[in-house]
Design a protein around this ligand. Sequence first.
Ligand SMILES: NC(=O)c1ccc[n+]([C@@H]2O[C@H](COP(=O)([O-])OP(=O)(O)OC[C@H]3O[C@@H](n4cnc5c(N)ncnc54)[C@H](OP(=O)(O)O)[C@@H]3O)[C@@H](O)[C@H]2O)c1
Length: 288
Amino acid sequence: MSSTSLPGGTWTLGDLTVTRFGYGAMQLAGPGVMGPPADPDGALAVLREAVALGVTHIDTSDAYGPHVTNGLIRAALHPYPEALHIVTKVGATRDPQGGWPPARQPAELRRAVHENLTNLGLDVLDLVNLRLGDAQGPRPGSLAEAFGTLAELRQEGLIRHLGVSNATAEQVVEAQQIAPVVCVQNLYNLAYRQDDALIDALAEQGVAYVPFFPLGGFSPLQSAALSAVAARLDATPMSVALAWLLRRSPNILLIPGTSSVAHLRENVVGAGLALSDEDLAELDKIGR
Ligand SMILES: NC(=O)c1ccc[n+]([C@@H]2O[C@H](COP(=O)([O-])OP(=O)(O)OC[C@H]3O[C@@H](n4cnc5c(N)ncnc54)[C@H](OP(=O)(O)O)[C@@H]3O)[C@@H](O)[C@H]2O)c1
């Protein structure tokens, strides 16, 4: 599928065409991203609605739950429509306190890839991100052993494409020396713009940048300037934040998370909001 009515159009990840408007499944697990959702039928409905709206990019991880969101995705959508591409990530696990300890030893990564294949009901994973750093953000250090393991799994035919997440710019370059990198998934939004230079560099290379927490994650984006623009446009701050990301750079793909069908629909409409140059100039000041 190369066309879509979703805002932003499509992007190509390696040989996979995806809608720039995607869906992030993390919010479907229980509180603290642990355990099952309070409303499992509601979670399945969100996933089915995403696909019904034309979304062809779903972001997930077996760390969500753990193993909860992948099970929901399989229950809601398997056998998957041909156009749908599920992007997962490996490199972190969960502890009983809900923490996200790293799991980047070669044996841990191999096990995680096989678990994702089983839990999603797939023979090949379309795209696997290596999650680096920790809950506080990216951390410097070589990814060679871990990314090399994923590159081997790709050579073995279990993964089509690779990406990195929670990565420094140096780690992106190191990964690219090991195997092709089709996307970088880092924390970025209207108010948190640490990766501005990285986004521009990736855009020049045709590599996708997928901001996580596009709406602020667990603490919604709040800013007087954002509220002012939203009020002027008779829109919500969420809509403005998503529309701004699509305008920020053509290589940005959206994976806003929600556990609500109504919010999902709102976000699709909101991301299509037209922003004037004046709006953009005002919004641009927020994160700088
Ligand atoms: N690579 C990584 O390390 C990493 C880390 C975090 C997340 N991620 C990925 O990034 C995706 C997006 O991040 P996220 O889901 O944590 O944060 P987010 O998309 O920034 O925000 C999600 C929050 O916004 C709320 N929300 C969404 N749409 C709304 C609307 N229209 N009106 C009001 N509230 C709305 C959701 O609540 P409701 O459920 O009530 O709508 C939820 O609390 C995740 O799903 C996950 O796939 C990756």
